[in-house]
Design a binder for this molecule. Structure first.
Ligand SMILES: Cc1cc2nc3c(=O)[nH]c(=O)nc-3n(C[C@H](O)[C@H](O)[C@H](O)COP(=O)(O)OP(=O)(O)OC[C@H]3O[C@@H](n4cnc5c(N)ncnc54)[C@H](O)[C@@H]3O)c2cc1C
Length: 388
């Protein structure tokens, strides 16, 4: 794994190294050859689902799916690899595995878990997760407008959702709404073909173009009580899940930065100007060192956070937020330098940096914007809530 200046990866156990090598090989075989074309066309590469699912089934099929996982490191390293090779695929996986399956595992009944999780581990069934709305993003804890009304037969769901990843191809969408009378936050397992569910793909993205995000309209969707997640009633529960997502996204940002560094490093050794490889110029070397410094700081922070999690058994919300903030800021900077030192070729997909550069923009905004994570850390260290 490059760059690994402080030997974080070379000191991983041989079994973890083997695991990550197998995962990388799967991505190299099934994602790398087709991803630029799909990204360019704004289409999800369906052919990846089968080998990806087979890999997950082989690695995790014998274990009961539990979220958050007892040993999160393999999943974090998967996020890193996905970021390095294709961030769209990282989002597809995160929404399916961490958010949709994670919600069913944390908040679902035994029947719901039995119905959905085994087929989702192998990706025979795909999950989506819908919290954000057209008029509620960062303030989702307070501002959701989607409503769930109790009826004689169960629930009636009305409202709109925006960005929901994978929903255009999903078998199940976890949809969050406020209870009409009482104001509890409730989660529902909605199947897209149900009457009253309207799904429209968002087409004009400049980031994460190879994964599908949608706009969902819900018009009096009739649900049975068995479709409600029974073990969740407020945003604090969902916040626990998002905390884990924030750490995973920090690893994705690190992966993107490493992918950009690798492509840019290889480029500057081959590209000659003024009669010699541009890697020999002092100003280019400074930029490479700046990139390496940011990446090494990110690696050190994330491996240390992993040790904290192993020792304490948990990570505090502000600790996860600081990682997300720090890694996204640094990865964005690395993307910018990497694109710059490739000159004009830095904006061409075929040179390996442009796609990661563009995808990093979405990573910067989701799982808590820079401002939200700043305010979470600020509240933690001062005791004062500065959100409103
Ligand atoms: C590619 C992609 C995939 C996504 N996938 C999903 C998904 O699968 N499911 C899902 O539910 N959501 C998803 N999202 C939504 C994502 O979580 C939101 O975009 C994110 O939470 C930010 O919300 P927003 O876009 O509405 O921005 P807003 O909340 O409107 O924020 C706009 C700006 O205002 C700032 N701001 C807001 N409040 C304050 C404040 N109090 N102080 C200072 N600044 C403030 C923000 O930091 C930001 O800079 C996805 C988004 C993207 C881009």
């Amino acid at each position: 794994m490059q760059p690994d200046f402080y030997l974080h990866f070379s000191t991983l156990s041989p079994s973890v190294q083997h695991f990550i090598h197998r995962f990388r090989s799967m991505l190299q075989e099934h994602v790398v050859p087709i991803i630029d074309d799909h990204w360019n066309r704004g289409v999800f590469p369906q052919s990846v689902v089968e080998p990806f699912g087979a890999f997950l089934q082989e690695e995790f099929g014998d274990e009961e799916y539990v979220f958050p996982p007892k040993n999160p490191l393999p999943f974090r390293l998967m996020k890193l690899e996905l970021g390095r090779i294709d961030p769209s695929m990282a989002s597809f996986f995160a929404v399916h595995w961490g958010l949709a399956m994670g919600s069913i595992s944390m908040f679902g009944s035994n029947e719901q878990k039995e119905k959905w999780l085994p087929d989702m581990v192998s990706m025979h069934k795909i999950g989506s997760w819908a919290l954000t709305e057209p008029f509620s993003g960062s303030d989702a804890a307070f501002g959701l407008q989607a409503r769930a009304e109790k009826t004689e037969y169960g629930w009636s769901l009305t409202g709109e959702k925006k960005w929901s990843g994978n929903a255009s191809m999903a078998d199940v969408i976890v949809i969050w709404a406020k209870e009409t009378n009482g104001g509890r936050l409730l989660g529902f397992l909605v199947e897209p073909q149900m009457e009253g569910v309207h799904i429209e793909k968002i087409h004009d993205k400049i980031s994460k173009r190879a994964m599908e995000n949608v706009h969902i309209r819900l018009e009096n969707v009739q649900l049975k009580e068995e479709q409600r997640l029974p073990n969740v009633e407020n945003f604090k529960h969902v916040g626990q899940q998002l905390l884990s997502g924030r750490i995973a996204v920090s690893w994705e940002a690190l992966g993107i930065a490493m992918g950009v560094y690798e492509a840019a490093f290889s480029y500057v050794q081959k590209r000659t100007q003024f009669g010699k490889p541009i890697s020999g110029f002092q100003l280019i070397q400074e930029k490479l060192v700046n990139m390496l410094e940011e990446i090494t700081l990110m690696q050190s922070m994330l491996f240390q956070l992993n040790r904290v999690e192993e020792q304490q058994g948990f990570v505090r919300s502000a600790q996860a937020s600081l990682a997300k903030r720090a890694c996204c800021r640094r990865a964005r900077k690395v993307c910018s330098i990497g694109r710059d030192i490739m000159g004009g070729n830095g904006i061409l997909l075929s040179y390996g940096v442009a796609r990661l550069f563009s995808d990093m923009e979405a990573v910067f905004s989701y799982e808590g914007t820079d401002e939200m994570n700043t305010l979470i850390v600020g509240r933690s260290i001062t005791g004062n809530n500065a959100f409103v």
